[in-house]
Design a protein around this ligand. Structure first.
Ligand code: ADP
Ligand code: ASP
Ligand code: MG
Length: 815
């Protein structure tokens, strides 16, 4: 015989029940079957809601009851032809009337008991098993219905009753020995106590019913039919990349389910393990999928880590204090107290110094546990030998599980460093003596990120996912989007990088897509987005809490520059071409650097100096390898270079600056370039990155602009003043031209001092031949003492800036 169990989703409606019938009739060709069924999906929750409402004197229970009724009646009406419906409908209505009477009772007395709750909640399986068995009969499947209550005997521990295996085995054996029907349908989850009360086996307990029967009748196989194609490396609803595990040991399956892999109710393995009955997990909706086989045998070359699971709603409860040392029996009293209150412990840690015991329990039990323990240790707490019990809530346990983990070193190191890199704070750690699992307690909010990063580290080591949030899609940002779109498949195939853009914003609108924005159609998506809001943008990025999150700032906005610390502190990396943050007060610059270090969130701004040229990266390599910078000479303004390379007596200064602006070589406010402020910021950043403490006010700037132009407040006034002072610019040009010199805006840093200004550069000088918008930097260091290290190339333009940002993003991928 085989035992097949179908879960709530598998029997949720007529369409699904029909799929179940097809699976059952196929299997029944070979073997006699026991078919255990859950309540129609969602009904158990509705029953509990109805009872809760009724006992709180909330008339809403009537509405909930109507929903329950409608679900069942609709299912019957779709499954059976009209002529066959009346008997089934009237039986179901009769049961629902009884249920209504129970709920009315709870309403009148305004309270409920666990006995009543089990009685009410049993209706889900009673109704589903009746409807399904009648349907099978109507399809000539040789079916009978046998109540689970008659087969399974338990104690009276309502809501999670303990099975009396001796009595249950006997009843099951006797019944099935004399049964000759092809299919016996049994309601899962429900049982009865020795005294005859309705009991239940705990939420998700239909799996357990099936396992108990399978063990009692020595079934050939236990099949759990559900809504996923097996036991996955992680919950597939949280980790998209999770894969089905084809084979797993009983012990591994038990560990995974104990730590939250809901696909299998934790006690399910126990009864079948002793008899070595294989369990197969199958998908009702994809029956051809192979599923997972749970057995004793294990492949020797099996993977070390089989799966990662988590249990939410966890509280940590700790007892600490000096009196724990050397006083035997504290642990005993601690655990006895919890056990006497029927509070089960999910995880235990105790430091070897014995200063504290700390356990993980279900959060809903936290208050009871706290009261019971404070009472049990009242004397020690009063005499200050122990501190009152500490409860920490809103936590989750994540566990790595695998039979072969014990023979491998470095797994816990990898687990904790992966969590650390993603800034997931670990509150407690436990490792089973069997070394079959390593578990850690973390914040509930971090679960999704933790599961996905661990999954990436242990199962997808080859692909890494980067999640981008792009602020600003003007000149530079839109080029970056183009480049990301073009390089997507290259990055995936050649670099194993899956780069997704999750959020985009400009000054008007913002849009978020959890699965990633289509990089081809981002403009349309953004148009459909919501009103832009910087605070909301930050909040969304924090709430999504994806691993490897990168905030990319392509704007020149001061407000955005001052939000970087909020991102870094939330473990979100920052890549920016905006120079404001790094050239702001020295204290702000160092604070950002410190946050980046503390929260493991890279802060990269290569494009702050020389656009896409690898200037800062080279400088960083020099410094980390122990070199020291003495002097920097540089031409750092692509825009000023463009202006002075193209300015002559044939064209006006205003025209050439306008052209530079139109071609994307200037900041949105060209005065920032022309006044030399932009160059000041760049030399300041170079000096700071070389290890010098410098502020913008320490830099000397001899501006070539007339005072009037410097004092303008908008672009129109600025251009007008350039026009007005054309003669001044022509005379600068003429003077240089007469000496056969070229005009370059030069920045210099030496002896801790920086200066910027326009200079006449003679033929033969390193700077003389700078073309177009090129930049050049000369580093004089310990190692490059006489011949400087020179970096030269295009230092402005949206395309090269975007590619510099792109390079920073890829640098983060390699961190
Ligand atoms: P049923 O109603 O069929 O008993 P459950 O909802 O109890 O189904 O269990 C199936 C669900 O278990 C899946 O939909 C999935 O979300 C969840 N799940 C959690 N962890 C895992 C895992 N490691 N592998 C597969 N499913 C998992
Ligand atoms: N119907 C019960 C529940 O929802 C039992 C089960 O489905 O396994 O918990
Ligand atoms: Mg289940």
């Amino acid at each position: 015989m085989k035992v097949l169990k179908f879960g709530g989703t598998s029997v949720a409606n007529a369409k699904n029940i029909n799929l179940v019938k097809q699976i059952v009739s196929e299997s029944a060709k070979e073997k006699k079957l026991v078919v255990v069924v859950s309540a129609l999906g969602g009904i158990t929750d509705l029953l509990l809601t109805a009872l809760n409402q009724a006992s709180n004197k909330d008339y809403g229970y009537e509405n909930t009851l109507s929903k329950i009724e409608k679900r069942h009646l609709d299912t019957i009406k779709s499954l059976f032809p009209i002529t066959k419906q009346s008997t089934i409908l009237s039986w179901v209505k009769g049961e629902l009337n009884d249920l209504e009477t129970l709920l009315e009772g709870a309403f009148l007395i305004g309270e409920t008991t666990s006995r009543l709750s089990d009685k009410v909640v049993s209706y889900g399986e009673l109704l589903s098993s009746y409807i399904i068995s009648e349907y099978f009969k109507s399809k000539k499947l040789g079916t009978i219905l046998k109540s689970g209550r008659e087969l399974i005997t338990t104690d009276a521990n309502f809501a999670k009753a303990n099975v009396d295996f001796k009595a249950t085995d006997k009843t099951c054996k006797e019944f099935f020995r004399s049964n000759d029907s092809t299919v016996v349908v049994v309601p899962g989850f429900v049982a009865s106590s020795v005294e005859g009360d309705h009991t239940t086996l705990g939420r998700g307990g239909s799996d357990y019913t099936a396992a108990i029967i399978a063990a009692a009748i020595d079934a050939e196989e236990l099949q759990i039919w559900t809504d996923v194609s097996g036991m996955f490396t992680a919950n597939p609803k949280i980790v998209k990349q999770a894969k089905c595990v084809s084979q797993i040991s009983y012990e591994e399956a038990m560990e995974l389910s104990h730590f939250g892999a809901k696909v299998l109710y934790p006690p399910t393995v126990q009864p079948v393990l002793a008899k070595e009955i294989p369990i197969r997990i199958k998908n009702t909706f994809e029956p051809q999928d192979e599923g997972t086989l749970i057995t004793k045998k294990l492949d020797v070359n099996d993977k070390t880590v089989k799966g990662i699971s988590h249990v939410g709603n966890t509280a940590l409860i700790s007892l600490e204090g000096p009196s724990m040392i050397g006083i035997p029996g504290v642990s005993k009293r601690f655990f006895e107290t919890l056990s006497s209150k029927n509070i089960s412990v999910v995880l235990i840690t105790q430091a070897s110094s014995e200063h504290s015991i700390c356990v993980g329990i279900d959060q809903s039990e936290a208050k009871r546990a706290e009261n019971a323990l404070n009472q049990a240790f009242e004397y020690e707490i009063l005499t200050k030998r122990l501190k009152p019990v500490i409860i920490e809530k809103d936590l989750a346990i994540i566990a790595l599980v695998g039979e072969n983990m014990k023979s491998h070193q470095g797994l816990s190191g990898k687990m904790f460093s992966t969590l650390g890199k993603n800034n997931v704070n670990i509150r407690a750690i436990a490792q089973g003596a069997s070394e079959r699992n390593i578990s850690a307690v973390i914040d509930e909010n971090d679960v999704k990120k933790a599961l996905n990063s661990l999954h990436e580290a242990f199962f997808e080591s080859i692909t890494k996912q980067l999640n981008l949030y792009i602020m600003g899609v003007g000149n530079v940002g839109s080029k970056l989007m183009d480049q990301l779109n073009k390089q997507k498949s290259y990055l995936k195939n050649e670099m194993q990088l899956n780069v997704r853009v999750i959020g985009i914003s400009n000054s008007r609108k913002m849009v978020f897509r959890e699965g990633g924005i289509n990089t081809k159609k981002w403009e349309e998506e953004l148009e459909k987005g919501q009103k832009a809001d910087l605070k909301k943008f930050l909040r969304n990025v924090q709430q999504l809490n994806y691993r490897n999150s990168i905030f990319v700032d392509n704007t020149a906005s001061e407000e955005i520059a001052f939000s970087y610390n909020d991102y870094l502190k939330s473990s979100i990396s920052v890549v920016t071409c905006n120079k404001i943050a790094c050239s702001s007060a020295y204290s702000n610059y160092t604070e950002l650097k410190q946050s980046s270090k503390k929260y493991n969130s890279p802060f990269l701004f290569e494009t702050n100096v020389g656009a896409g040229l690898p200037i800062l990266d080279t400088l960083r390599h020099l410094i980390t390898s122990g070199d020291r910078v003495h002097k920097i000479q540089a031409v750092l303004s692509g825009s000023l270079n463009f202006v002075f390379n193209n300015f002559n007596s044939e064209i006006t200064f205003e025209e050439i600056v306008k052209q530079a602006q139109e071609e994307g070589y200037t900041e949105p406010d060209p005065k920032i370039d022309l006044s030399g402020v932009d160059v000041m910021r760049k030399i300041l950043i170079l000096a700071r990155e070389s290890g010098y403490e410098l502020n913008i006010d320490d830099i000397k700037n001899d501006s070539f602009l007339p005072q009037e132009a410097l004092e303008t407040n908008n672009n129109t006034d600025f251009f007008n003043s350039l026009k007005k002072h054309e003669e001044h610019f022509q005379s600068i040009y003429k003077k240089a031209n007469e000496k056969n010199c070229k005009l370059k805006y030069v920045a210099r840093f030496e002896n801790g001092k920086a200066i910027v200004g326009l200079q006449e550069i003679p033929v033969g000088h390193d700077f003389y031949n700078l073309e177009g918008s090129d930049n050049i930097v000369l580093f004089f260091t310990d190692r490059y003492r006489n011949q400087p290290l020179i970096i030269k190339g295009a230092g402005a333009g949206a395309d090269v800036t975007a590619s510099g940002i792109f390079a920073d993003i890829i640098r983060i991928a390699n961190y």
